[in-house]
Design a protein around this ligand. Structure first.
Ligand code: FBP
Length: 332
């Protein structure tokens, strides 16, 4: 099986980017080990502190964040970091050529139940003009990413990654500690009969998603004339991995609970990296209003409505949005 290095070289990734990716993955391997120790190492449970999102931090959130910060800062390749667990950007090497954004432990509410969790990351060029503590340098649209991926800590530790030349899946071979390509150039099936959304939020959704999901649930007796199945891992990294492996549609749409916050998932280190992976695998990634990777960020912890997955199913979902828009236009 092909090793990570040769796949990245084959995809034309510059040497410094390959070295940065290997450094980041060395941190993820350490996280994989710490996660696997669980209660044996007393790393389960919550801390008494909250992160900038107002979420109670899990011990493993803090441990994973520290591992990645230390690993990336020591590398010398990175000018600055933005992390879900850090209120402000973390300045690193003023001569660094890259910016790294990450969610150190996505789905951390799953740590206690030994379920799927992961690290999500995106990499972009660091503008020459920026000072290492300047958050405005991170406010680049997702189309500027040069690499993105996630490491999934599950029965096996897996990596999904793209540098813009296709999405590949890798499995960590713990005998020698290297990631081997186990599924090159993933292609997401254009059609699917599997959807993922937290239906307990249904009453807060906008009309298009309300109608779209109830038509999915109506199955073959409804307008979609096909039965659909539902899955929800409550860890984006797990739900997106399933979509990459067998297709599907993943949704965390806008909901009316707090109209100022247009969604739950964060643009820089959740929605954008997943959108890059999905698009490079032939899927679509939308906010409902437009392409996720074309959203111009205005702050590092910004949230966006997120619809990702199989091409034809996303198009079917977006048709509900445009139908609603036309109805409103006619009514006004
Ligand atoms: P974090 O765990 O990194 O905060 O991520 C948010 C997240 O857990 C996603 O991974 C997941 O898709 C979603 O929230 C689950 O939300 P909910 O708890 O509302 O089902």
């Amino acid at each position: 099986m092909k090793r990570l290095n040769s796949q990245l070289q084959q995809d034309g990734a510059p040497l410094e980017l390959i070295l940065l990716i290997r450094t980041l993955l060395a941190g993820c391997k350490e996280i994989s080990f710490r996660v696997s120790q669980g209660a044996l190492a007393g790393v389960l449970g919550s801390t008494l502190s909250e992160n900038v999102q107002g979420e109670t931090q899990k011990k493993l959130d803090v441990i994973s964040n520290q591992i990645l910060k230390d690993t990336l800062r020591e590398s010398g390749y990175v000018k600055a970091i933005s992390s879900e667990e850090e209120e402000n950007v973390v300045p690193c090497n003023p001569e660094g050529n890259y910016l790294v954004s990450f969610d150190p432990l996505d789905g951390s509410s799953n740590t206690e139940i030994n379920s799927l969790i992961g690290t999500i990351f995106s990499i972009a060029h660091a503008p020459q003009w920026m000072k290492p503590d300047d958050p405005s340098a991170f406010l680049q649209p997702g189309t500027q990413m040069v690499a993105a991926g996630y490491v999934l800590y599950g029965p096996s530790t897996m990596l999904a990654m793209t540098t813009g030349r296709g999405t590949h899946l890798y499995t960590l071979d713990k005998t020698h500690g290297g990631f081997l390509v186990t599924n090159a150039n993933v292609q997401i099936p254009e059609q699917t009969s599997e959807f993922a959304i937290n239906t307990s939020n249904q009453r807060h959704w906008e009309a298009p998603i309300q109608q779209y999901v109830s038509d999915l649930i109506a199955g073959s007796e409804g307008p979609r004339k096909k039965d659909y199945n539902m899955r929800w891992v409550a860890a984006m990294v797990g739900d997106i991995h399933r979509v990459l492996c067998r297709g599907g549609i993943f949704m965390y749409p806008f909901d009316k609970r707090n109209p100022k916050i247009p969604g739950k998932l964060r643009l820089l280190y959740e929605a954008n990296p997943m959108a890059f992976l999905i698009e490079q695998a032939g899927g679509l990634a939308s906010t409902g209003e437009g392409r996720i990777m074309e959203v111009m960020p205005h702050e590092i912890h910004q949230r966006v409505p997120t619809l990702l997955g199989s091409k034809e199913e996303i198009e079917a979902c977006l048709a509900y949005y445009s139908k609603d828009k036309n109805k409103k236009a006619v009514a006004s």
